[in-house]
Design a binder for this molecule. Structure first.
Ligand code: XMP
Length: 526
């Protein structure tokens, strides 16, 4: 009997409408997350079976559609590492020197990734004293080094136990374990799963801590360490799978501003040079982050980056309209950030009187007609996992600042006020953040002393909320439940199956816990 019923998504229902009909019906209203709710569908999908994979370009896939905001109180290397370890990505902010930003990207990309492709090596004619100086000057945390000749051929391994001041005058060649005693793999033996190959090796060779990789001519091509492989094996036992590139390094993005010369022109040279340095370190995506992406300056920057780096994933924003998306896509962007004024610390709507409530902005953006597919990132205003589900009915990824700002992986110190623990969270358009470098994002210049900076963000505090694992656990769990209710196995099906209804003020009250005294034993966030 059941199979004869029509299980299609409320076809013909006058109440539960697909996005195109729903937003048309409410075309003069700006709607945001709490203004709408999603209808359930017939489902054969269990939440735990759902696939949360998404992408920001043809080449950049994420296992989880979550990105931490490029804000100076949200994403530095520690947050970006945590985001990627959970399958998402962090965008490192640009309120720091170019050099610092490059270093932070390098730190994420060099986080334990299994096969170290350019291990630090030493030469046989160096002294142990030289090696000790090298360790001290670079601050290395390891003391074991492969030894290579001037052609890069592997000739030994200097074990950490001999790198001691008492042997300072001895030569590396005297202290190293010779080539014939070393465990090596030929790179052709690794296949496409380096971790599996190394894991198998270490299982079979108890007590060995280093495995060297060589090419056909015995030139050194990489190094595995047992501790890295053990850490990765541990990570893979967690509920989350890391987002990695094709060299097994964690994904990491970085934001840049649209830099200008003293006479107000886009400083193309500076932009290309800095992005070139980030690309060298393996950055996966560059975001031109401004408050007004539908603008000549952002278009010029994206065009110039696209010409110079044809394969680099480019994110641009922020915009809130079909026209804005089409403009940035035409300029060469792969993914476009949607959101003007929804953020928890934003005052753009108050100060400038502009901005569009987020669900309407996302819908209009999703109507864009572009030659090449573009992805949309819903940026700002997300306070709970239900908002993530709603945002993903019209976008490909969600960017959050506030939800991550209280995590221990966010930059900044923990403050104690009246026995409660807080972290600072400030808008990039707040006075202090603009003074620290973000003014360009809001089209202001600090050099013009006559101009008074008009802040478009506030400085605030976030209660400390545990770790990224806790927050992502809640967001991903809620997202999976949403998919289950809609009968969607993945995010693209979520889009086609979503049916919307507007929520009245009484309906919103009904949606939240009401008429009870809540006992705070769960980690439910509101
Ligand atoms: P949530 O709601 O997650 O929003 O805290 C984070 C997003 O807000 C944007 N942002 C700002 N918008 N003035 C604004 O109007 C600001 O000072 C500001 N700082 C950040 C940004 O898009 C971020 O991802």
């Amino acid at each position: 009997m059941a199979s004869e019923l029509d299980h299609s998504t409320h076809a013909g229902s006058p109440f539960y409408l697909p996005a195109s009909e729903f937003f048309l019906k409410h075309q003069a209203e700006g709607l945001t997350f709490d203004d709408i709710s999603l209808a359930t569908n017939y489902s054969e999908i269990l939440p735990r079976e759902t696939d949360l994979q998404s992408s920001l370009s043809e080449s950049l896939t994420l296992r989880l559609p979550l990105i931490s905001s490029d804000m100076d109180t949200v994403t530095e290397d520690e947050m970006a590492t945590a985001m990627a370890l959970h399958g998402g990505m962090g965008l490192i902010h640009y309120n720091m020197s170019f050099k610092q930003q490059i270093k932070q990207v390098a730190k994420v990309k060099n986080h334990v990734h299994g096969l170290i492709q350019d291990p630090i090596t030493v030469q046989p004619e160096q002294s142990i004293g030289d090696v000790i100086l090298l360790i001290e000057s670079k601050g290395f945390s390891f003391r074991t080094f492969p030894v290579v000749d001037k052609d890069g051929k592997l000739i030994g391994l200097l074990p950490g136990r001999v790198v001691k001041p008492r042997y300072a005058s001895r030569l590396v060649s005297e202290a190293m374990n010779p080539r014939e005693d070393l465990f090596t793999l030929n790179e052709t033996q690794i296949g496409d799963n380096p971790i599996k190959a190394a894991d198998q090796f270490f299982n079979e060779h108890i007590g060995i801590h280093k495995l060297l990789v060589v090419d056909q001519n015995d030139r050194l091509h990489g190094l595995f360490t047992l501790s890295d492989i053990e850490q990765i094996a541990e990570e893979s036992r967690s509920d989350f799978r890391p987002a990695r590139d094709d060299k097994f390094r964690l994904r990491c993005g970085a934001a840049v501003s649209a830099p200008r010369t003293a006479d107000g022109e886009i400083d193309n040279h500076l932009l290309i040079e800095h992005v070139g340095d980030l690309v060298e370190e393996g950055v996966d995506a560059i975001a031109i982050s401004t408050a007004h992406g539908y603008s000549q300056g952002v278009g010029l920057c994206i065009r110039s980056l696209r010409d110079t780096f044809p394969d680099l994933t480019l994110i641009a924003g922020n915009v809130t309209s079909k026209a804005g998306v089409e403009f940035l896509a035409e300029s060469g962007a792969d993914a476009i950030k949607i959101g003007q004024g929804p953020g928890s610390i934003c005052t753009t709507r108050v100060v400038a009187g502009v901005g569009i409530p987020q669900m309407t902005a996302l819908y209009d953006a999703s109507r864009a007609e572009t030659k090449k597919p573009v992805r949309l990132i819903a940026d700002g205003g997300v306070t709970k996992s239900g908002d993530v589900v709603k945002a993903l009915t019209l976008s490909d990824a969600v960017m959050c600042g506030s939800l991550f700002a209280g995590c221990r992986e966010a930059p900044g110190k923990i403050l104690e006020i009246d026995g409660k623990l807080y972290k600072e969270y400030r808008g990039m358009g707040s006075l202090e953040a603009m003074k620290a470098g973000a003014a360009a994002r809001y089209g202001h210049s600090l050099k013009d002393s006559k101009q008074k900076l008009a802040a478009e963000g506030i400085e605030a505090l976030k209660e400390v909320s545990g770790s990224v694992t806790d927050i992502i656990g809640q967001l991903a769990g809620g997202l999976q439940s949403g998919l289950g209710y809609l009968g969607a196995a993945d995010l693209s099906t979520l889009k086609t199956k979503a049916r919307f209804i507007k929520v009245s003020p009484a309906g919103l009250r009904e949606s939240k816990p009401h008429d009870v005294v809540e006992v705070k034993t769960s980690t439910t966030r509101e």
